[in-house]
Design a protein around this ligand. Sequence first.
Ligand code: HEC
Ligand code: HEC
Ligand code: HEC
Length: 232
Amino acid sequence: MKNCKKGAILVGLVGAVIGIVAFGIFNSVVHWAGSTQFCGTFCHSMDYVYAAYHQGQHAATPSGYTAGCSDCHLKYGSHHSINGFQYVGMLVHKAQSGSKSFFGQVAGHLNTFDKQKELAPELSKEVHEWMKSTGFANCRACHDLNKMKNAKNPDVATFHKVFANDMKADCLECHKTAGHDYKGINTQADADLLIAGKSLPTAASSEAAASEAASSEAAASEAAASSSAAAK
Ligand code: HEC
Ligand code: HEC
Ligand code: HEC
């Protein structure tokens, strides 16, 4: 009888240890699969949006405290402590968003830069709708709008205090580039440059190139005009 009780306790203990280890492994796989590197590069189905993340407002910040993919895209991704129910909700959301891009890769929807670029507006809208439905909870988990302080421009803190209690406030209406800035990313080469940590050629230099092209075009049409005049 005594032995039997001991045995039961032992089995319980071993079970608990296995459970804890298994949860730990499971958890780190979830964590790994949610890392910015994984999300941005694993399937190559994200080059466009990953490049745009590099130009967004969170890939690099004045303080060096950044936000990664899952901080913004996963339910409760930026919440510091979550309960079991929320964890399950997060996994379900991860499974859904993960399988979408996986499916896209497999089905050939997102496997080229041009397809990603073409589908981006639609996916952006979906993400935007989801964020609205949560009242931008992920943003708010990092940004406590009641605690904003901007010494140079105190008005900024003042009007965000109004949004602190207004769950309908649409952060993206004013902060379009919070997550991603797609400006100037037109080719796979542009994306590669940004993903490698470089920046795109400046607007000024591409403008210069454009005006150079324009002036040579003008010269060409002038030449054409004079040659047709000569033909007459
Ligand atoms: C600071 C929050 C934030 C971070 C960090 C962030 N995103 Fe986003 N993401 C957004 C927002 C907001 C949108 C919708 C508006 C837009 O497209 O910019 C979006 C849109 C998207 C879309 C759909 C649009 C498209 O171009 O396909 C994908 C996919 C995406 N993000 C993936 C990622 C990945 C991968 C990372 C990490 C490398 C990441 N996001 C990091 C906020 C974020
Ligand atoms: C993981 C935490 C985290 C999440 C999630 C997050 N942010 Fe941020 N955000 C930061 C940090 C850190 C900074 C930079 C602060 C600094 O270093 O000065 C920042 C900066 C900003 C800035 C100022 C950028 C600039 O260049 O002046 C805006 C605007 C902003 N966030 C809006 C948002 C919005 C909108 C969302 C949701 C889509 C969001 N953030 C999600 C942590 C986060
Ligand atoms: C009506 C426009 C508007 C809305 C809506 C809005 N913001 Fe802002 N926000 C601004 C402006 C303007 C600034 C100051 C300039 C800048 O950083 O873009 C700012 C600045 C910030 C900053 C940087 C702090 C600073 O002192 O510069 C953060 C963080 C931020 N907003 C977060 C949010 C979040 C989170 C939401 C959604 C709950 C939100 N904002 C909604 C207009 C808005």
